[in-house]
Design a protein around this ligand. Structure first.
Ligand code: FVH
Length: 291
């Protein structure tokens, strides 16, 4: 049963993530109204105590706090444009994945108190401590509703700039996909040579975990724009060794295309006279864009 002393919350979008968010709100006792393009997806939530609204405008009208979690920004504006008037004066929290620029645009599209969010969890994690969400945008909207957001997991407010939650989200996803790139290449390499992936995986995890500490040193060098501080393995040496990653893949008849892009970037840095410095200096090439 919802606790009527708690603020009402509306959730627009009942995909895997929207449903998990609505379920967490219900579990925490918040009176929850839900809407989804395909209304059948509301059924299990209604059985768990949610109210189903037939239209977006009805759903928005039901609560001061409106949370939207749809596939992409196009679906968000398609849905919210149908309820412009009803949105006026509401707190709108957008937890849809997008770019910082998209978040900033959405922040000014409607007459709302806007918060953007980046969910750092998969749906089954929602509601438990390892899950957390980056928030940015209206500080007062965050402070007023922080307790509600705690139903989803940890809260991390990063900036009044609405684009920053997406920035931090994409930053962490970049690290995750970088790890996936290395792991997929490594497992492809060893299995091409007949070594079972499951036999090699513990070694991979042990080595990658040990290397994680190097992120702190890189961050210091990048902030100081000094890639000669505490150099352990200079990029000149690493650039030569990196060629062997591609050659080994080719010897085994596998494609080196996942890992290949870093090689020419390292070689450029060496050619520019930075061979004695650390690999972190590659960011200086990346930050200049595609020149
Ligand atoms: N699931 C995950 O692991 C990740 C974790 C981190 C955050 N992401 C982002 O969360 C957004 C929603 O993801 P999702 O997992 O809920 O996605 P789906 O299960 O595919 O549900 C998509 C919902 O969007 C609705 N929808 C799509 N297009 C439209 C449209 N043109 N108009 C109205 N609604 C639309 C869809 O409706 P329906 O198909 O059920 O009718 C679902 O409600 C996403 O940004 C992730 O990147 C998830």
């Amino acid at each position: 049963m919802p606790d009527l002393s708690k603020p009402a919350v509306t959730v627009l979008g009942l995909g895997d993530m929207g449903s998990a968010l609505a379920r967490a709100l219900l579990k925490a006792g918040y009176p929850t109204t839900v809407w989804n393009r395909t209304p059948e997806k509301a059924k299990p939530l209604v059985e768990a105590g949610a109210t189903h609204a037939p239209t977006v405008a009805d759903a928005v009208t039901a609560s001061r706090l409106v949370i939207v979690c749809l596939l992409d920004y196009k679906s968000v504006t398609d849905v919210l444009d149908t309820a412009r008037d009803a949105l006026t004066g509401k707190v709108l929290v957008n937890l849809t994945n997008g770019t910082p620029g998209q978040a900033r645009e959405l922040a000014t599209r409607y007459d709302v108190d806007y918060l953007d969010g980046g969910i750092m969890a998969i749906p089954p994690m929602i509601g438990a401590p390892p899950a957390f969400v980056f928030y940015s945008g209206s500080r007062s909207a965050f402070d007023t509703n922080k307790q509600v957001f705690e139903a989803f997991g940890g809260t991390n407010y990063v900036s009044t700039d609405a684009g920053f939650a997406a920035l931090y989200d994409i930053g962490l996803l970049s690290g995750m996909y970088g790890m996936f790139v290395g792991a997929l290449h490594a497992l492809s390499l060893v299995t091409s040579a007949g070594v079972p992936a499951q036999e090699f995986a513990p070694l991979l995890k042990q080595y990658v975990s040990a290397m994680l500490g190097s992120i702190d040193g890189m961050a210091e060098q990048i902030d100081k724009q000094d890639y000669a501080i505490d150099v352990v393995s200079n990029i000149g040496m690493q650039s030569e060794a990196y060629v062997n990653l591609t050659l080994s893949a080719e010897e085994l008849g596998m494609s080196p295309e996942l890992l290949a892009p870093l090689g020419p970037l390292m070689a450029r840095r060496v050619a520019d006279g930075h061979g004695h410095e650390d690999i972190a200096g590659v960011v200086e090439i990346l930050k200049k864009g595609k020149k």
